[in-house]
Design a protein around this ligand. Structure first.
Ligand SMILES: *[C@@H]1O[C@H](CO)[C@@H](O)[C@H](O)[C@H]1NC(C)=O
Ligand SMILES: *[C@@H]1O[C@H](CO)[C@@H](O)[C@H](O)[C@H]1NC(C)=O
Ligand SMILES: *[C@@H]1O[C@H](CO)[C@@H](O)[C@H](O)[C@H]1NC(C)=O
Ligand SMILES: *[C@@H]1O[C@H](CO)[C@@H](O)[C@H](O)[C@H]1NC(C)=O
Ligand SMILES: *[C@@H]1O[C@H](CO)[C@@H](O)[C@H](O)[C@H]1NC(C)=O
Ligand SMILES: *[C@@H]1O[C@H](CO)[C@@H](O)[C@H](O)[C@H]1NC(C)=O
Ligand SMILES: *[C@@H]1O[C@H](CO)[C@@H](O)[C@H](O)[C@H]1NC(C)=O
Ligand SMILES: *[C@@H]1O[C@H](CO)[C@@H](O)[C@H](O)[C@H]1NC(C)=O
Ligand SMILES: *[C@@H]1O[C@H](CO)[C@@H](O)[C@H](O)[C@H]1NC(C)=O
Length: 445
């Protein structure tokens, strides 16, 4: 009897932990001989493309320009940048346990390096040719992981997001203030988690830093996979010279590309297609002008939907992943289990004009449930993370400078400005430096 009660409690606890925030951390595992905790990776505040906050004074803009925001992450210990050919950016799930995702990826890498070429008996790749980065999207439940004062209030410029909002590109909530050029604090504009991801991509795409790098993989499992899918859909992905592959393993929901849904949504008829479940009511500041314009059919701009179809996206589904995950109406409209939602999303893509995108692939992984390690050490997982573009001859598709939709949008903006120069509106923009700012500025011209 008592046992049963305990079992029930455990079941209830498990159910709750799946639907609310599962973990809170008060410290981060330190560096070990394979991974290094990096608290110095700088993200500059890039201009939100439709900034609606108070107009910043010059002193405030200068203060913002001078501020380094930090995206904490785990990175391969002691890598030699000259040797690196491939970067795997692995995104954690709901639990924000980036160290564990780093370790899973490292195990998968070791497995991949143990595979020999049949003819030459040579290893297909070496571990020192790959760098793994596992960013940490901290939230307000994690004080101690980021520096806090005696009242547990953040007192550094480490980036911290609200709950799980990082997975959909939301702006950071901490640091909440930044000092202006005179040292006077003011309300800091947030930094989108997608800007932070852009910065990570831009770092590896930088030939000065990584002269031999030829492939960037942005991968995630579960909520991390949700982030990858949404980033692949709307991200700037500043990597004009290096191909970027997106690997989406067992996400709990998707941003759909149209209003079609496989299941009824009577109880959320007004919200089923809102961001993050669809492209309606896009609510983030990240590239919001670009996204709005590209979804508006009166603009002569290739849509984010078409761009998504040209990006290189791999979906991996565990055939035993029958977990229900997100049970909200908007998620249930996409299917009732992780696996079911995966199949339905494939149907969604297949039923669109043009059919299933030529640049996308799907693999169903037998016997694997909601288990990142199982997914990434499967044959298909290893292929997608480590073996794709092994000879480095692939050219980038629909990313960075090669992003045709961004170029078209820029062109459309220019001609719109010519024809309506008298109606020019002045908008306050905070301009950061670095890759993100360069790319965003390019998009904002
Ligand atoms: C680091 O990786 C090596 C294999 O390269 C492994 O033997 C070792 O146990 C790992 N260290 C830790 C702390 O995980
Ligand atoms: C902030 O930095 C950007 C990019 O370097 C620069 O264009 C802008 O003038 C700077 N703003 C201020 C107020 O210093
Ligand atoms: C890094 O790798 C390059 C190319 O293999 C090599 O020339 C260089 O000495 C290495 N640097 C270090 C610090 O090991
Ligand atoms: C790699 O994974 C395969 C399949 O799971 C397994 O059979 C093999 O033992 C692994 N090899 C190493 C070196 O981990
Ligand atoms: C944050 O507060 C803690 C505790 O008072 C203090 O030790 C630490 O130096 C502070 N850090 C910064 C950057 O002010
Ligand atoms: C933080 O997230 C919670 C739940 O996701 C939401 O209710 C709340 O409005 C968010 N707060 C902010 C400041 O965005
Ligand atoms: C799944 O696992 C079971 C038990 O380990 C095994 O008997 C079966 O062959 C596996 N199925 C597949 C498709 O790998
Ligand atoms: C590189 O690999 C691809 C795919 O495996 C292959 O089609 C291509 O011919 C290879 N290119 C070279 C130069 O080896
Ligand atoms: C690439 O890295 C170098 C060295 O850190 C830096 O000077 C340069 O600005 C970077 N390029 C871009 C486009 O960010």
């Amino acid at each position: 009897m008592r046992c049963l009660a305990q079992l029930l409690l455990l079941l209830v606890a498990t159910t709750i932990s799946l639907t609310t925030t599962a973990h809170a951390w008060d410290w981060l595992p330190a560096t070990d001989n394979n991974r290094t905790l990096d608290t110095t990776f700088v993200v500059k505040a890039a201009p939100p493309s439709s900034y609606t906050g108070p107009i910043l004074t010059t002193a405030q803009q200068q203060g913002l320009n001078a501020t380094d925001f930090y995206l904490y992450n785990y990175i391969t210990t002691g890598y030699n940048a000259t040797k690196i050919q491939r970067a795997v950016i692995m995104l954690h799930g709901l639990g924000r346990d980036a160290w564990s995702y780093f370790d899973q990826t490292h195990v998968a890498l070791l497995n991949a390096t143990s595979r020999k070429e049949r003819t030459t008996h040579q290893s297909r790749l070496r571990a020192d040719e790959v760098v793994i980065m596992a960013p940490i999207f901290l939230n307000q439940d994690d004080p101690g992981c980021y520096p806090v004062d005696a009242n547990k209030q953040p007192n550094s410029t480490a980036l911290v997001w609200n709950d799980s909002d990082w997975a959909e590109g939301a702006d950071s909530i901490y640091p909440s203030t930044v000092n202006d050029a005179q040292g006077i604090p003011f309300a800091a504009p947030g930094v989108s988690s997608f800007e932070a991801l852009d910065m990570a991509v831009g770092r590896f795409a930088n030939k000065t830093l990584f002269p031999n790098l030829n492939t960037i993989i942005v991968a995630g499992h579960s909520l991390g996979a949700q982030m990858v899918q949404r980033y692949a859909l709307i991200g700037a992905v500043p990597s004009g010279t290096v191909p970027v592959h997106f690997v989406v393993a067992n996400p709990g929901s998707y941003a759909y590309l149209t209003e079609w849904r496989p299941r009824p949504y009577d109880k959320c008829a007004d919200t089923f297609n809102d961001w993050k479940f669809g492209l309606n009511a896009y609510s983030q500041s990240y590239l919001s002008d670009f996204i709005t314009d590209s979804l508006d059919t009166t603009n002569d701009v290739e849509s984010v939907v078409q761009r998504y179809r040209r990006r290189v996206v791999s979906y991996l589904f565990g055939l035993a992943d029958h977990g229900k995950g997100d049970t909200r109406c908007e998620a249930r409209a996409q299917g009732t289990t992780h696996l079911g939602r995966g199949r339905n999303f494939v149907k969604h893509l297949t039923d669109m004009d043009g059919g299933f995108p030529a640049a996308h692939t799907v693999n169903y992984i037998p016997n694997v449930s909601h288990d990142g390690l199982g997914m990434f050490t499967s044959q298909a997982g290893l292929e997608r993370l480590f073996f794709i573009n092994l000879n480095g001859t692939e050219t980038p598709t629909a990313v960075g400078d090669d992003d045709q939709s961004a170029a078209n949008w820029q062109q459309a903006k220019k001609s719109a400005q010519h024809s309506a120069s008298s109606a020019a509106t002045v908008r306050a923009r905070m301009v950061g430096v670095g890759v993100v700012a360069v790319v965003v500025a390019m998009l904002l011209v």
